[in-house]
Design a protein around this ligand. Structure first.
Ligand code: UD1
Ligand code: CA
Length: 458
């Protein structure tokens, strides 16, 4: 017996988005809509997935990177025509059920998909359409029923009478088909409608006419059916997804006193009593411990942050920040950095591809790049690791308990031994042994009476 499979329709340009990208690449919470749909299908237990590409298929193929099968729809002649392009894929799943999904409806969830399948199988239906009642049905296909509530057909907005337009139960675009029925009915679709397209939705009327069982599965979650055809709808989907994610984090113990400008992607983990302040965006892959204060105005992507950390106006990417680190205001942690426990990094400091040992202090106006810094090190204001010689990057090593004087340039590769000091204003080009003081600057001369002698006295 073949396994159930899914076809995702993603060929459309999304003319109404006014974009050069395929519509399904438009993002909800920074994740392309197509990925929401693929993830839902996988979570519902479907492994075999075929995406119908069309407009800018190259971009979509690159994005999918072999995660699913694809077929190309060279001309966009409607949703029915899009499914026709997958006829071999559908035939290969004869005897099973095929799930059709729209790539521009990101909230179709795994539970709804599974529950609809259960009903579809129980009823031994030819087709089961997932529907929902929404406040504003404009633009969607309407689920038309007779007086007894029996499902009759789906009528698209463009073909709907005023009476039909009042129906608020809509077609989500997500539907289960018996694979053999689908293979057969695709050949029967016609394009004699207002838009001259092959509508997949016409299958309902055709199959009922053949005496087959067609069901509507009415989802209790009206959001599950929402799609985005315009940027305004895309914004609405983003707001729905954002609110849902924030509510989940709050219920898990995060303290978000004001949600203004706070966006957190649903995959993140945030510990109890961690406070998130306005203007903060926490993106894919972040795991944040307890009792932190993140924000205001921080952007954190793919970071592991321990307990009791403060990130005030910090931008951090792809890094690890240990317990008790106190960062900001206005600092940047660039990729591949590891900031130790109780480290302090103050305003206008940047750490890149470096490890910073516990209790080290980098208080102000300092760049530490490609460096291995020990613990208990003190950086004076304005220190720079000069890691790049124009061709290659080199590492700077600073061992435990060093004291780097203000305005030191550390010309890498260079090593500062344990407990060593550098004098303020030094340009260090050679290693400094442990416990030494390195002074690397011209000796000062004071010229006695120079101001008077040169006529500058006021
Ligand atoms: C469609 C449904 C409508 C439903 C709505 C739900 C039809 C005829 N209408 O309308 O009943 O309420 O979705 O959101 O099915 N696509 C292709 N190739 C094409 C045309 C479309 O791949 O030739 C893809 C699009 O990229 C999109 C999906 O199919 O992902 C739906 O197409 P779209 O044009 O957005 O249909 P709607 O007008 O929203
Ligand atoms: Ca749509």
């Amino acid at each position: 017996m073949n396994k159930n499979a899914a076809v995702i329709l993603a060929g459309g340009q999304g003319t109404r988005m006014k974009s050069d990208k395929p519509k399904v690449m438009a993002e909800v919470l920074f994740k392309p809509m197509i990925d929401w749909v693929i993830d839902a299908a996988k979570e519902a237990g479907i492994e075999d997935i075929c995406v119908v590409t069309g407009y800018r298929a190259d971009l979509l193929e690159t994005h999918l990177a072999g995660r699913t099968q694809t077929v190309h729809q060279a001309e966009r002649l409607g949703t029915g025509h899009a499914v026709m392009q997958a006829k071999e894929f559908i035939a290969a799943h004869a005897g099973a059920n095929i799930l059709i999904l729209n790539g521009d409806a990101p909230f179709a969830d795994a539970k709804t998909i599974r529950d609809a399948l259960a009903q579809h199988e129980n009823a031994q239906a030819a087709q089961t359409v997932i529907s929902a009642c929404v406040e504003n049905p404009y633009g969607y296909g309407r689920i038309v029923r007779d007086a007894q509530g029996k499902f009759l057909c789906i009528t698209e907005e463009a073909s709907a009478t005023e009476e039909v337009k009042k129906i608020n139960e809509i077609n989500s675009g997500v539907m289960w088909f018996n694979a053999d029925v689908l293979s057969d009915v695709l050949g029967k679709l016609k394009n004699d409608n207002a838009k001259g397209e092959y509508y997949l939705t016409d299958t309902v009327d055709i199959l009922l006419g053949e005496g087959k069982t067609v069901c509507a599965f009415t989802s209790e979650n009206p959001d599950a059916v929402l799609g985005a055809n315009t940027r305004v709808q895309l914004h609405e989907l983003n707001e729905i997804a954002r609110r849902k994610a924030l509510e989940k984090f709050m219920l898990d113990g995060a303290d978000i006193p004001f949600t203004d400008g706070v966006i957190i992607t649903p995959d993140c983990v945030i510990g109890a009593d961690t406070q998130i302040l306005p203007g903060t965006i926490i993106r894919e892959g972040c795991v944040i411990g307890n009792n932190c204060v993140i924000g205001p105005s921080s952007l954190i992507t793919d970071c592991r942050i321990g307990n009791g950390c403060v990130l005030n106006r910090v931008q951090a990417e792809n890094s690890v920040i240990d317990d008790g680190a106190d960062l900001g205001p206005f600092m940047h942690v660039r990729p591949n950095s590891h900031i130790g426990k109780n480290v302090h990094c103050g305003n206008f400091t940047e750490i890149k591809n470096s490890t910073i040992g516990d209790k080290t202090s980098v208080s102000h106006l300092t760049y530490v790049g490609d460096s291995d810094v020990g613990s208990g090190v003190n950086f004076g204001c304005g220190t720079v690791t000069t890691n790049y010689d124009g061709l290659r990057k080199h590492r700077t090593v600073i061992e435990d308990h060093c004291f780097i004087g203000c305005n030191t340039n550390l010309v890498a590769p260079v090593r500062i031994g344990k407990n060593a000091y550098t004098a303020a204003g030094s340009t260090i080009t050679e290693d400094v042994p442990p416990m030494h003081l390195a002074i690397a600057r011209a000796r000062q001369t004071n010229k006695e009476g120079w101001v008077e002698k040169t006529g500058r006295k006021k």
